[in-house]
Design a protein around this ligand. Structure first.
Ligand code: TYD
Ligand code: MG
Length: 451
């Protein structure tokens, strides 16, 4: 027996009839018809222990649960120690960002039994990539297959010998229980739940690669993110070498950690000292650039902020931000206009974070403000000063938690001066770096104009 359903390909919303515009996410032309075959087998999407009564928490054992420590130090940090056995991880990112490279190198640099299922590339193509990365693991199996039942059957037949399974990508996998096209919402949902069931029953970890839509969402149903234990996002700009791995959901650890990688000829290399690479080689004192100290994912690093403030050529002034939140830039510009008295409303403003990474930490605010003032007033900022502070709506420079780590990092890199908030009273450090404290924008401007 089959049933007709309509699904939004953008957000996964299910409706009994067709709409031109999705009632949930308001996307046009995203609703498609999918036929669902009713199967006689009872499909179990959740986890069932087959016990009749619940167990007392003190009697639940977790001896079987182990953390598989991978060879990738950054990945271990982001995952909170390693891959938990029996867990399901989803790695999402834009095409060409390096998802397949990241996971293939994880499989190749290991010494465990690993299965790499690819529905996107043929084994020969994977071999070419593997040769670039370097093959260390003699137990990495490549399987070009797209049927979730065949994958599960193969794993059961091989006596669950795999420590973990990589699936590249979930959008190419289909289930024989469903007649809808590959990549459709119900296919993704069904094949993911079949793989999930195998992962939990056999205590094998599964890492899925997921595509994202042009809006940056994980393609397919939201339920995919609910089903898996960990959601990782791999981001960066393809034209730049640096990539950031962030965790958006982690049932086994915190989501505040980030990993930074550099894409090289022979794969992705973890960047252990981000400050030195995120700043361009700066010798000259230039106007429009400032070094900001950011705290992301338990790491403090210094980045170069570049701003260009120039009179608008066309009617409406343009504002663009690369690597920084545009809304936050608008807010900082409004503060500069209202509290600092700078006339910026008729200027085109371009902001860029060097290195092509995205930084969202508010401690960047001060560096951004300084680069804007520097470009607008043509003030050269000496290359041995860095800035760290959050800017509030009243133009006040707000204190940062863990200011010591910013000061230590700036000193370690060789900066002579760091500008922070006057409200950071508890500085216990015995550092040689000169600390300048400012309480608001006007005070900061007075300091800058004396440089
Ligand atoms: P890939 O892993 O195929 O991206 P995704 O799976 O996210 O679509 O990575 C693609 C890019 O990475 C490609 O443009 C080439 C580059 N690359 C390197 O620079 N060095 C390497 O060693 C490898 C394997 C890829
Ligand atoms: Mg790929």
């Amino acid at each position: 027996m089959s049933k007709l359903r309509f699904y939004c390909q953008n957000c996964g919303h299910e409706t009994p009839k067709w709409h031109g515009k999705c009632p949930s996410c308001k996307e046009w032309n995203s609703i498609v018809e999918e036929v669902q075959k009713k199967t006689t087998t009872n499909q179990n999407f959740g986890i069932s222990s087959n016990q009749e009564i619940p167990t007392l928490i003190q009697n639940v054992t977790n001896e079987n649960v182990e953390k598989i420590i991978t060879n990738d130090v950054e990945l271990n940090v982001v995952l909170g120690g390693g891959v938990v056995s029996g867990s399901m991880i989803l790695l999402a990112g834009e095409p060409g960002i390096g998802k397949s490279t990241l996971l293939l190198q994880m499989a190749l640099k290991d010494d465990k039994n690993v299965l790499y299922v690819s529905g996107e590339e043929a084994a020969t193509q994977i071999k070419i990539r593997a040769n670039r990365i370097g093959i260390v693991n003699q137990n990495c199996h490549i399987y070009s297959e797209t049927s979730s039942q065949k994958i599960v059957q193969h794993c059961i037949k091989s006596q669950n010998k795999y420590k973990y399974i990589i699936v590249d990508s979930i959008q190419t996998i289909h289930s024989d229980f469903i007649a809808s096209p590959i990549g459709s919402v119900s296919q993704i949902k069904q094949s993911c739940s079949e793989l999930l069931k195998y992962a939990k029953e056999s205590n094998t970890s599964i890492i899925l690669i997921g595509h994202i839509t042009k809006e940056g969402q994980i393609a397919g149903p939201k339920v995919l993110e609910h089903m898996v234990d960990v959601v990782l996002h791999f981001e960066g700009q393809k034209t730049h070498l640096y990539r950031m791995l962030r965790s958006k959901k982690n049932r086994f650890g915190s989501t505040s950690k980030v990993g930074i990688y550099e894409m090289e000829e022979s794969g992705l290399k973890p960047v252990l000292n981000p400050s030195t690479i995120l700043m361009n080689n700066r010798n000259a004192n230039l106007s429009g650039t400032a070094i900001a100290s950011a705290f992301e994912g338990h790491k403090t690093f210094l980045v170069e902020v570049q701003a260009l403030v120039t009179p608008a050529v066309y009617g409406t002034p343009q504002r663009s931000a690369n690597g920084f939140n545009l809304k936050r830039l608008h807010m900082l510009l409004a503060v500069l206009e209202k509290k600092g008295g700078f006339k910026l409303s008729s200027q085109d403003i371009f902001l860029n974070i060097a290195g092509g990474i995205n930084v969202s930490d508010p401690s960047m605010d001060l560096g951004v403000i300084v680069s804007l003032i520097s470009s607008n007033q043509d003030i050269n900022i000496p290359s041995n000063i860095c800035f760290s502070g959050e800017v509030g709506l009243n133009g006040e420079i707000r204190p940062l938690p863990l200011i010591d780590s910013h000061i230590q990092e700036a000193e370690r890199i060789g900066f002579k001066t760091i500008v922070i908030s006057s409200y950071n009273k508890t500085i216990h450090l015995n550092s040689k770096i000169k600390i300048i404290q400012c309480s608001e924008i006007s005070e900061l401007y007075t300091f800058l104009s004396k440089l």
